[in-house]
Design a binder for this molecule. Structure first.
Ligand code: BGC
Length: 743
């Protein structure tokens, strides 16, 4: 049969044209019918309003409370997805059972454990914060989370606070600079950051009810700036109310904090999520700024309650109040609108990347952050670094060298894909023939809510460790705190500043048989150091996550030069710390109230102003090389209140190794009608330098940032006069001062 190719071609073409035509009109018809909220090209606000207009009152209310331990409803009928939340802030927490805290035993949810946020803060490197946020954001996205419950920016007020390791230290400027890129990184992955715990949750003792009384000045100058930066600069899509009370109202429904400051003054357009079990009252929850209620009837700790989710404060009682006309519909629309906005920004955004989980890049990021956060506190006679091959026998002693430090601590506990212990890292670095290990001391099993003593015999452990130390050329004692209850752990504060489990005694005993003993502390808090003058070297290693062993071994061996700086002061004794100098009413309170009597003098502001020498000052951290800060100059000597001061100086690496120094610029207002701290950090920069290299560093300081919060004016105020700019490499090591005048 002869085939007419030309004719057939035409036929095929016309069939194709017809199909395309039908297809196009079907698409057009579908598009015509498609409501605006599904049109990803439309602006989020238009989509939100459209979705809202299609929803019933019941559907709107159902957005405002949990449907399971970690999720809340979407609108299934409209294809609007559920909201899935997960801790945070150091890695993606394992899947939990629907209605309980316990893990669901999935096999696909073991994450990368990133270093604790204290370590990130100690890096003084906002670039690393962006890397951290992006990496953890990718992990959250891969695990299909809508909201990451972190980062935490409660100020380090007392070294006893069980959750300091989840936060970014004692300084509002440092934590502000570090929190912003973290949020940007997370949210670039289409996952909402949830900044916590707003606000004044500075201790775990009585966290569920303690009523914090603090001046407006301390509130605005110390406790709020990092949250404000998170909202206004980081553009956080959600924030978590804290458990405690502030001026008589629980913070999850606190009119001043949520309505007036957060949503009013700061124009926050995201979702206020309650801490789990932090809601206490329908009326306040409805009116005082809460949007999404989680974890009620569990007081944040216990398993499930007998109450169905529909009985949550923002569930049926809220719906009834609306139907009865008690609550204005506008209150509900505002909450629903915010929750929809969060969903459109995340799961319903067409720009949402796909994420990745436990990738080599994440391990690399975790290792880098850990390396840069480690702080060398003391280094007599250049004890560190200890190059590979220098010693035949290295004794490693201490429980923290071998135990897991990503497990425990409460809600930030992680099921990590892997965790390389310090011991494993040191063996990998120095070779197994050169490392001898002894436990030295032992903590007990960690049972939530209580601390159990170890069943191992402390005397025999110590005797064995002493023998190990005696036979070694050099000793690394690796101890500190852990994530057990009453250590660095949610739900309780530490009971004292001392190292637990007999470590002080053990360190003394080790020093008696081997003077070549250095102390490496893994903790999220300052500890007292009665042995400080006897040990040649001390390193602060934090909780370093999956790559702990590699990172520590990198720094100890000198493959990496330490560049971390303390994000909080170490007091010599507890009473030297500001919160503890005013007795129990200041910390922990009388169980009903507490008064922050130290006011604005938190951390180094206190030590400097009261002339108390800390054990180690805020901003302190040594290097294996040396640096020289050149003369500080400014572009002018007289400025107006609207000006930006441009300062300049050089920084030189005067040693023989490459390394990084953190130049820190503090400001003092010596004459003012209110008392002001001796210095306050206003700028810093981490500068990487090759041996002999010099770089010119420029910093821009807004004069407006020198203001204090004026309680009479109820606004920020800056009084004309002289100000002293102070440049140094720690808060107690200022090498340059420069006077400028503000008119
Ligand atoms: C903690 C929060 C955490 C939440 C969910 C609470 O107990 O305070 O930080 O995000 O539980 O696990």
């Amino acid at each position: 049969m002869k085939i007419n190719i030309q004719k057939n071609k035409q036929l095929v073409k016309s069939v194709f044209v017809t199909i395309v035509g039908i297809g196009a009109s079907l698409v057009a018809a579908a598009q015509q019918k498609q409501p605006a909220y599904l049109d990803v090209r439309k602006p989020v606000e238009e989509r939100v309003e459209n979705a809202l207009s299609l929803m019933t009152t019941e559907e709107k209310v159902s957005l405002c409370y949990a449907q399971s331990k970690f999720s809340s409803k979407g609108v299934a009928r409209l294809g609007i997805p559920e909201v899935w939340m997960d801790d945070g802030p150091h890695g993606i927490r394992e899947e939990a059972l629907w209605d309980e805290w316990s893990g669901a035993n999935w096999t696909s949810d073991s994450c990368t454990a990133f270093p604790a946020l204290t370590c990130l803060a100690a890096s003084f490197n906002p670039q690393l914060s962006l890397l951290y946020g992006k990496s953890i954001g990718e992990e959250a996205r891969y695990r299909n989370k809508t909201v990451l419950l972190g980062p935490g920016v409660n100020i380090y007020r007392t070294p006893l606070n069980g959750r300091n390791f989840e936060y970014m230290g004692e300084d509002p400027y440092l934590s502000s600079r570090m929190v912003v890129p973290y949020i940007q990184g997370v949210q670039s992955e289409g996952v909402a950051a949830c900044v916590k715990h707003f606000a004044l949750n500075n201790q775990e003792e009585w966290r569920g009810h303690i009523n914090v009384n603090v001046s407006d000045r301390a509130l605005y100058e110390i406790y709020l700036p990092a949250f404000k930066a998170a909202v206004q600069e980081g553009k956080a899509w959600s924030i978590m109310g804290s458990y405690n009370q502030f001026r008589g109202e629980h913070c999850c429904h606190n009119d001043l904090l949520l309505n007036q400051i957060l949503k009013g003054d700061w124009k926050f357009d995201g979702v206020v999520i309650s801490d789990w079990g932090g809601v206490h009252n329908t009326d306040q929850a409805v009116r005082n700024g809460l949007d999404l209620e989680m974890g009620t009837y569990t007081n944040g700790l216990t398993t499930k309650g007998n109450f169905p989710y529909s009985e949550y404060y923002l569930a049926n009682p809220f719906l009834k109040g609306i139907k009865d006309g008690k609550y204005d519909l506008a209150l509900l629309n505002d909450k629903a609108r915010r929750i929809l906005r969060l969903i459109f920004r995340t799961t319903m955004s067409v720009d949402r990347p796909f994420g990745r989980f436990v990738s080599p890049e994440h391990s690399e990021a975790a290792r880098k952050i850990a390396q840069e956060g480690i702080v060398l506190l003391k280094n007599e006679k250049q004890f560190f670094p200890v190059p590979v091959g220098q010693f035949k026998k290295i004794a490693v002693i201490g429980e923290n060298a071998s135990r897991s430090l990503v497990i425990g601590g409460g809600s930030s506990s992680l099921k990590a894909a892997y965790e390389q212990s310090p011991l494993e890292g040191l063996i990998a670095k120095y070779g197994k023939d050169h490392i001898i290990y002894s436990l030295g001391y032992a903590s007990g099993p960690s049972l939530y809510g209580r601390e159990e003593p170890s069943k191992l015999n402390a005397d025999s452990l110590m005797a064995a460790a002493i023998e190990t130390a005696r036979n070694a050329d050099i000793v690394f004692f690796i101890g500190g705190l852990n994530k057990n209850h009453f250590q660095d752990c949610e739900g309780g504060d530490r009971q004292s500043l001392s190292l637990p489990f007999g470590q002080d005694k053990l360190i003394d005993a080790l020093l008696k048989v081997n003077k070549n003993t250095a102390v490496v502390l893994l903790s999220g808090n300052a500890v007292s150091m009665p042995w400080i003058n006897k040990v040649p070297a001390i390193m602060q290693g934090w909780y370093l996550g999956s790559e702990a062993g590699n990172a520590l071994a990198d720094v100890i061996s000198g493959d990496v030069n330490p560049s971390g700086k303390l994000p909080f002061s170490f007091p010599k004794k507890l009473e030297d710390n500001a919160a503890h100098s005013y007795g129990k009413i200041s910390y922990p309170g009388d169980s009903v109230n507490q008064y922050y009597k130290e006011d604005i003098l938190v951390g180094y502001r206190w030590f400097d102003t009261k002339k108390i020498t800390p054990q180690y000052a805020f901003g302190h951290g040594l290097s294996y090389t040396s640096f020289d800060l050149g003369t500080l100059t400014a572009d002018k000597s007289v400025y107006s209140k609207e000006d930006v001061i441009k300062v300049k100086f050089t920084l030189k690496n005067t040693g023989s190794r490459s390394g990084a120094e953190v130049a820190q610029l503090y400001v003092q207002d010596p004459v003012c009608t209110v008392s002001r701290p001796v210095k306050e950090l206003k700028a810093f920069e981490k500068v990487f330098l090759q041996p002999g290299e010099t770089k010119t560093v420029e910093m821009n300081l807004k004069v407006a940032d020198f203001a204090f919060y004026d309680e009479h004016k109820k606004d920020w105020n800056i009084e004309a006069g002289d100000f002293i700019l102070q440049l140094g490499n720690s808060s107690d090591h200022i090498s340059q001062k420069l006077k400028i005048t503000i008119r």
